[in-house]
Design a protein around this ligand. Sequence first.
Ligand code: CS2
Length: 499
Amino acid sequence: MSAAASPETLGPALLDRLPATVQKPAYDRATLAPGMAHLGVGAFHRCHQAEYTDDLLASHFDRWGVIGINIRPPCLTETLGRQGGLYTRLIRENSHIEARVIGSIIEVVDSQANAAPALEVLSSPDIDLVTMTVTEKGYCHIPSSGELDLGHPDIVHDLANPRTPRSVPGILARALELRRVTHGRPLTLLSCDNIPTNGIILANVVQAFAERRGNGLADWISANAAFPSAMVDRIAPAATQADLDSVEQRFGYRDAAVVVGEPFRQWVIEQKFAGRVPRWDLVGASFVDDVTPFEHLKMRVLNGAQTTLATLGVLAGLEHTFDAIADPLLLAFVRRMLVEETLPTLMPVPGMEPLAYVARSLGRLGNTAIRHRNHQIATDGSQKIVQRLLNPIRDRLRHDQSIALLAVPVAGWMAYLIQASERFGKRWPVSDPYAGKVAAVADATGRDAQALAASILAIDTIFAPGLAANDVFRRAVTSALDGLLSDDPMATVRRNLKQ
Ligand code: CS2
């Protein structure tokens, strides 16, 4: 008996033979030409910007093919590259599933070993726009101030070796320098990371780097580059082997680059471009003059809830967001925190009713088909808590309003990192640029919540000194931390909910 043939792998040759239940690009990919690049081709990009571009190509065909670049792992050549840039995007909501092959990425470039391949693309005159999802820490900025971290090892390296950069600011500054000397064409650099005023942060770090390079580069960039801010939204966790297998089982082909997202998506982009950009506003994105109200709403409500459920969820022994939100105590806590403390800090958002937004966000987090691990969301928490929790806390303290509930997830973030330290039994592995610092504090301090909180609040690159010195805030965080480090961490959540 011969062994069953192994299923075919997704690629251009398979497009015409896909099962009818899988949608495919409704345009001729062969006629696409590179028009933009994307830095950081992870699940989020494939589920968000690349899908909007695919929609645009299908409904208003234009030349905007995407060149996807990774300067950090994972490598793309062996997965997306082998598939000619094609991948399956699954939208899942509880038992509902919708599959579509996305065709907007036409080429991939691995630039992990050195920046040359990335620089070649980014400095090309064919590229008018670069979008990026490089995670919060990719900007090498100081979270509490938004300025370039000149002590960051990659920045120190890049300032000494500007032609062979490693960091995102160093690579972008070098690409702009090459554009200036070779063809002089303008470039729009569109950050799609979850940082408020991400365009300003990106401009700050690139310009601070360029100023140190001298030779008028910073002035050229001011005149020829645009850094719009954007709010991006869609929950799209890292895909798992089970997701890859599910495509093979349901649709009969292999795909090493599957992504899974929820139905909801949103993209609000500041209308500030240098030259041409794709008309994503024709396919559901919004071009606006000011994204601030949108990004505050999204980061403080949806992302604030995710970070709260993630860290408290891990402390409660829960695996995914949907497990945490199914816990009546955590759900009641997060809802009350958002409604009573977070919502009053928000500016009005056109067309958005705040209570409805909270209800919708909590509904999204309950989607059991989106297996978003609490540990994934807790990753790099030091880079996330400023915009998700500390900014609303600061706004409330300014008006003498209570922050008792918002202080709990701040302490949750501390407890999450502390308990990963040797002294606290290394309860789980963590990934955060500040993990080592917090572990050192925990090792030196031991179980005393007051001393622990004081040392962590003294990290001024996360906690602005004015905030760290605020008595109400210190007391609330210390008391919550004390409880969260006890044998019954949820008692603290219960107590704060009752108050
Ligand atoms: C999540 C986000 O991992 C995380 O930090 O909170 O990726 C979140 O799912 C997206 O911002 C949703 O748009």
